[in-house]
Ligand binder design. Structure first.
Ligand code: MG
Length: 157
């Protein structure tokens, strides 16, 4: 059996547009500031997608879903993530699992963690786990200017 690992990272700044919804792991956080982005700016789904693409040697999310393409404007990133999982399978690999570490001062992720894991796992067709960390006031993320996410994925064939 061949096992391969991939790493993903993404960061999005908070938006000043009150109409933008905050979407994390496919879950809408009502009453929280949304993130700036061409798609729904779901930083967790994007990091997971990049980790899977990297593991399968399929490049990165920007190659497959360019943010210059109007087709992806406001896109549901859970849909992008399931398309990535399809591409991974098409290339002969099976996603094993994905683990994501989110860095943000807010919102609190723990109350919605199970929902996020469910939606992400459903999109990938394999277990996706999400952990939350604060930046302890350090740097841009610590000042609450945005949200970052790191992810690691394993694929096998
Ligand atoms: Mg992104």
């Amino acid at each position: 059996m061949t096992v391969r690992v991939g790493q993903g990272f993404d960061v999005h700044a908070f938006s000043d547009d009150p109409a933008r919804k905050l979407v994390l792991g496919g879950v809408v956080f009502d009453g929280e500031r949304g993130l700036v982005g061409h798609s729904d700016a779901d930083v967790i789904a994007h990091a997971c997608a990049d980790a899977l693409l990297g593991a399968a040697g399929l490049g990165d999310i920007g190659q497959h879903f360019p943010d210059t393409d109007p087709k992806w404007a406001g896109a549901d990133s859970i849909g992008l993530l399931s398309e990535v999982a399809r591409l991974v399978r098409e290339s002969g690999f099976e996603p094993g699992n994905v683990d994501a570490a989110v860095v943000c001062e807010r919102p609190k992720l723990a109350p919605r963690r199970d929902e996020m894991c469910q939606r992400l796992s459903g999109a990938v067709g394999a277990p996706v786990t999400v952990k939350g960390n604060r930046a302890e006031g350090l740097g841009a993320i610590g000042r609450g200017e945005g949200i970052a996410c790191f992810a690691v994925a394993v694929v096998e064939r």
